[in-house]
Design a protein around this ligand. Structure first.
Ligand code: SAM
Length: 256
């Protein structure tokens, strides 16, 4: 039976990959690589480095999968994402059928962990449900950008017994103030934190986490907001792309 592995590769550091993932790579015949825009050279470099370091004796067949064009500002966000998933499912299904032998193992090396803001699991699930090609699939976890962020700032993700929300810049911008919980923000191209007015908030920000270009900044949001925006813009100009994540921490509730 064909096998498909969805492997978390960590979010930038070649050592942020689990031993389970390294062992899984030993079984892989074909690596499916999605072609993802301007930052693709750095992503591809990390993938190559991981393979060279952990499976030097295997020569994996690498297939670069073209990513269908996606409407970035659709009137209906959910329908646009579903359409895009459907297009990707068709491409992946054809690859499984045509490029993966009956007893071969294919793998997606997914940035960070496959469960966090990534569509690979949903798309593979969709192909399995259609039943046109028979295969088994497995998910192998990886270190997320959130774990890389908290480790580098040497902080716990949650305050004692308290919840944390994980959201996107777009959703943060639409959320009423004050925030009801500590909040981790990903996928924020617009610095949504700049509009927040709660001066008790602290921010822990990280860009290019785990890579040689890593930048870390933290402190009271009121003091750090402009500094982070400047650092972000300068880094983005320098490299041509940026990936950043941050935690907004509310002061601990007073104990009764
Ligand atoms: C599509 S999501 C994928 C998240 C990924 N699956 C994970 O586990 O971290 C991409 C977002 O993750 C965050 N991100 C990923 N890698 C990062 C890194 N090395 N440094 C900072 N943020 C990162 C950024 O917010 C970026 O916009």
């Amino acid at each position: 039976m064909r096998k498909v592995l969805i492997i978390g590769m960590g979010a930038g550091h070649p050592e942020h990959i689990t031993i389970q993932a390294v062992n899984a790579l030993q079984r892989v015949d074909v690596l499916f690589v999605t072609d993802k825009g301007p930052d693709k050279d750095d992503l591809a470099r990390l993938r190559r480095e991981i393979c060279a370091r952990y499976v030097p004796e295997r020569s994996l067949r690498t297939l670069v999968i073209p990513d269908p064009e996606r409407d970035r500002n659709p009137a209906d966000y959910h329908t646009a994402v579903e359409t895009w998933h459907e297009q990707r499912a068709c491409i992946y299904e054809a690859l499984f059928t045509e490029q993966l032998g009956e007893d071969e193992c294919g793998a997606f090396l997914v940035w960070g962990d496959p469960s966090l803001y990534d569509s690979t699991i949903r798309i593979v699930e969709q192909i399995a449900a259609r039943g046109a090609v028979e295969f088994e699939y497995e998910v192998i976890p990886g270190i997320t950008s959130i774990q890389a962020l908290t480790a580098r700032h040497r902080i716990a993700l949650n305050q004692i017994g308290a919840p944390v929300q994980i959201t996107t810049g777009r959703r943060l911008a639409a959320q009423p103030e004050p925030l009801s919980t500590d909040t981790v923000v990903l996928l924020d191209g617009e610095c949504a934190f700049k509009t927040l007015t709660d001066d008790r908030l602290e921010i822990y920000w990280g860009a290019y986490l785990g890579t040689p270009d890593e930048i870390l900044l933290s402190g009271p949001l009121g003091e750090m907001s402009a500094k982070i925006q400047q650092a972000r813009a300068a880094a983005r100009d320098r490299k041509g792309w940026i990936m950043d994540t941050y935690l907004l921490r509310k002061p601990a509730a007073p104990r009764r």
